[in-house]
Design a protein around this ligand. Sequence first.
Ligand SMILES: C[S@@+](CC[C@H](N)C(=O)[O-])C[C@H]1O[C@@H](n2cnc3c(N)ncnc32)[C@H](O)[C@@H]1O
Length: 276
Amino acid sequence: MKLYDQQHIQAFYNEYAEQESLRWDKSIVEQVKQAVHLHHLHQNIEPGDTILELGAGTGIFTQVLATYTADLTVTDLSPVQLKLNKERAVQENYMSKVKDWQITDICDLSTWADNTFDKIVCYGGPLSYVFEQKIVALQEMKRVLKPGGLLLFSVMNLWGTAREYLTKIMMSVSPTDNEKIIQTGNLHPSSFTPSEHHCHMFRLDELQQDIDAVGFEVITFSASNCLSALRADDLLELKKDELEWTYFMDLEIRACQSAGMLESGTHLIAVVKKNS
Ligand SMILES: C[S@@+](CC[C@H](N)C(=O)[O-])C[C@H]1O[C@@H](n2cnc3c(N)ncnc32)[C@H](O)[C@@H]1O
């Protein structure tokens, strides 16, 4: 059975529209996840890089990438998300930094020649939406990266998501359905009939195998969040003191990269390199 349904995902994100912008502001824990993603951006993007952003959504990360380069190509499967992305660039005055906005499926990057980009950013789970096409998508990303180029991406993570949403999952999903989701990693009608939000939640060993299959070298793995999970009230207190908050974020970023913690967060972040 074919799991990736491009039209369904496109319609889902067209309908979701502005709600996507609010995702990172939903709670202080989401803000920590955003800060961890940003940390890896700042660690790896260099001024003047030629950058392709995939699944850019409404542009939370586009706006940051635009501070590094005027050679930025912004793409998404959803025309509505891309329109909102453009509107943000107009409002925040960085239109001139974006070379082009293109409707693009990560599984087909044929618009671009081999070895075009220094960096590709695919944050927030686009790879989780393409199910059995994930290797094709990773191969396409590798093809359009220059040798030595870096791909920064994040995917949804099975155990970290179960940890964050355990109460909701246990209360509202039957053990039989839960077991199908855990076995397959798929939130999809094939494993859980009511699921409108189709996505695949990766395990770390699966992601490592996929990266190896395509021939990327892993530079960094990180959880999206770890110490901060399920501690919204404590975090709100900590944030009142700038020094304490800075120290906490430093701990969080280090903990997220510790081998035993990589599957703690709702997302897994990876920075991988094309060697040849
Ligand atoms: C959760 S949002 C992430 C947006 C942004 N990158 C961020 O992290 O804030 C996922 C985005 O991926 C896009 N997307 C989903 N499947 C895609 C695909 N096959 N190709 C390109 N974009 C896709 C969606 O339209 C949506 O804008």
